[in-house]
Write a protein that binds this ligand. Structure first.
Ligand code: AP5
Ligand code: MG
Length: 192
């Protein structure tokens, strides 16, 4: 079993690389952003709460996000013999600590954290372009800038957190997609 966190700023390619990884390693892909957007689309109570944060580029409160993740892991357990990709989680130190517990409670552990390193101007260009078609309420320039600011303030400190645990591996995340994919897979292969 292999459990991977794909880490990076908004627009760094977490979803793109997760799609390749899940096919290659036969993993279950959990994107917390996708989970929340699904609740918004289904107009659930949680979706309503999530929308109020997502539209401002702010994070959903830790306690809520952590309990959602536990439920999502359990709902996919049967299909996840090979393991999970966590995309967009953890985003705070509290979430990282919680993930350790959520995995340990289920006799699992994290194998590696792959960080996609992409310059801000590339992130903004990608997300502004995607916003023309994505329909994502947070893909507009103002909210994109807020999302990136939140990333630097509360999420990027996780790099040190995972470096201290010898789990963090940075990969150049811009340019040729195939080269990025090869670098991501090399990190995972080395962590097996
Ligand atoms: P989330 O859905 O996770 O969004 P994000 O982190 O802002 O990242 P994106 O999904 O926008 O980008 P990505 O890194 O997946 O890149 P992608 O592959 O799409 O979270 C949304 C919101 O939900 C958060 O702001 C927060 O409010 C809430 N939330 C989610 N998780 C939470 C948590 N744990 N705690 C609290 N709140 C949470 O690529 C982007 C674009 O670039 C695409 O168009 C793609 O085609 C293109 N692209 C990718 N790679 C390349 C390349 N190499 N070259 C050229 N283009 C590329
Ligand atoms: Mg994504």
């Amino acid at each position: 079993m292999i459990n991977v966190v794909i880490f990076g700023a908004p627009g760094s390619g977490k979803g793109t690389q997760s799609n390749f990884m899940k096919e290659h390693y036969k993993l279950v892909h959990i994107s917390t952003g996708d989970v929340l957007r699904d609740h918004i689309a289904r107009k659930t109570e949680l979706g309503e709460v999530a929308k109020s944060f997502i539209d401002k580029g702010q994070l959903i409160p830790d306690e809520l996000m952590i309990s959602i993740l536990g439920d999502v892991i359990d709902s996919h357990k049967d299909k996840a013999q090979n393991g999970f990709i966590f995309d967009g989680f953890p985003r705070t130190i509290a979430q990282a600590q919680a993930l350790e517990g959520l995995l340990a409670d289920r006799d699992m552990k994290l194998n590696c954290v792959v960080g996609l390193d992409v310059p801000d101007e590339v992130l903004i260009e990608r997300l502004v372009n995607r916003g023309k078609e994505s329909g994502r309420s947070d893909d507009n320039l103002e909210t994109i800038k807020d999302r990136i600011a939140v990333y630097y303030k509360v999420t990027s400190p996780l790099k040190d957190y995972y470096c201290e645990r010898n789990l963090f591996h940075s990969v150049k995340g811009w340019g040729d997609i195939d080269k990025i994919t090869a670098s991501v897979w090399a990190v995972i292969d080395n962590s097996l």
